[in-house]
Design a protein around this ligand. Sequence first.
Ligand code: GDP
Ligand code: MG
Length: 378
Amino acid sequence: MKLKTYVARNPQEALAQVRQDLGSEAFILSTQSRFLDGPGSEAGRQRRVEVTAVLGPEFPSSPGLPSWTVDSKAEVPAYFFEHFREELEELKAFFRQWLQESGPPYWLTRYPDLRTIYQLLLRAGIRGPLLHHWLEEIRTLVKDSPDAGPNLRKQALERLLKSLELVDPWRISAPGPIRWSFLGPSGVGKSTTLAKVAVRAAFMKKKRVGLICLNHGHLPASNSLAVFARVAGLPLKTVEHRQELLKALKNWEDLEVILVDTPGFNPREAKLSVQLWQLLGDIPELSHHLVLSSTTRESSLEDTIMAFRVLPLASAVVTKVDETRNFGNVVSQLYKHHLPLSFLTLGPRVPEDLKLANRTNLLGILLHSRNSHLEAKG
Ligand SMILES: Nc1nc2c(ncn2[C@@H]2O[C@H](COP(=O)(O)OP(=O)(O)O)[C@@H](O)[C@H]2O)c(=O)[nH]1
Ligand SMILES: [Mg+2]
């Protein structure tokens, strides 16, 4: 009898080695997947498959099916079953491990409804700490109420939405004066969002509104804000420095709403934190809202949040939701950086395309049926 163990990078390679060495009649006794130490450090550890195979007189060597499977009366040695059982266990463990590394966790595969939601969330771009948190939540859910039945799907989605922090800036600022700045990189929709908010405040909420356009160095906040202010009949001040900004805020003390448009700062600019702090730091009456475009790549979203968080951020405004299929990316980043979400913008129209984020419209967007869910109040 010949018993040998083969180590390879994957099961196919290991089986090819067995076949080449022992021939096609070799009998596989066990298959295992494990990390084996490579040369040197931890980094050298690599996943390998170990296959133990045997070829010998105790095992049927004739081609085709072994005789004991054909002749049911033939006596089958007990160790055969033991070998099969062990092999099956190891194969099961191997697949379980594989599924955990590259797919949904193994326990989730027992709940088809939850697995579908998991796939939808992945497709929508939910990942990282938010995905892990949601998995932990629903694992507790299925443990606590294994018979939740049709409610399970609904509850699982509710758990996700509950994890997201939402804020209503109108309510936070009430009843005091509103002083909001809109910050972010160039082209994300700061000036357009400001115009939408200004129209809501002035014409729907009937507030006295003033606009400040903060130009910094060679960076203009907006070329079109002056046109908008004229058309909307709203007062506009253009300022260049912190002192001018403070003076403008002071002079307009009696206005209920002051909205500050800022230039598109580059998050990769090395001295941005210092610049932002010198310009806007420590102005307690001013709430800063970071404007993020949902079409931005996740790594750039993270860079932006990290760069702007030198200022206390009251909320994130997520724009261009109408242009993305990966809304989950931005939501995952907000969760990761504990940044509450306030407004969503779903198009360039002023003011219609501004919505206050709520659990209903978020759910609609995440599940890609957004239009029917966007009747929420702005
Ligand atoms: N599709 C779409 N376009 C938008 C949205 N918000 C702004 N835009 C457009 O994005 C462009 C840049 O907007 P702007 O407000 O000037 O960006 P800023 O540089 O951050 O001030 C303009 O053409 C806007 O009309 C939105 O929610 N959806
Ligand atoms: Mg602008």
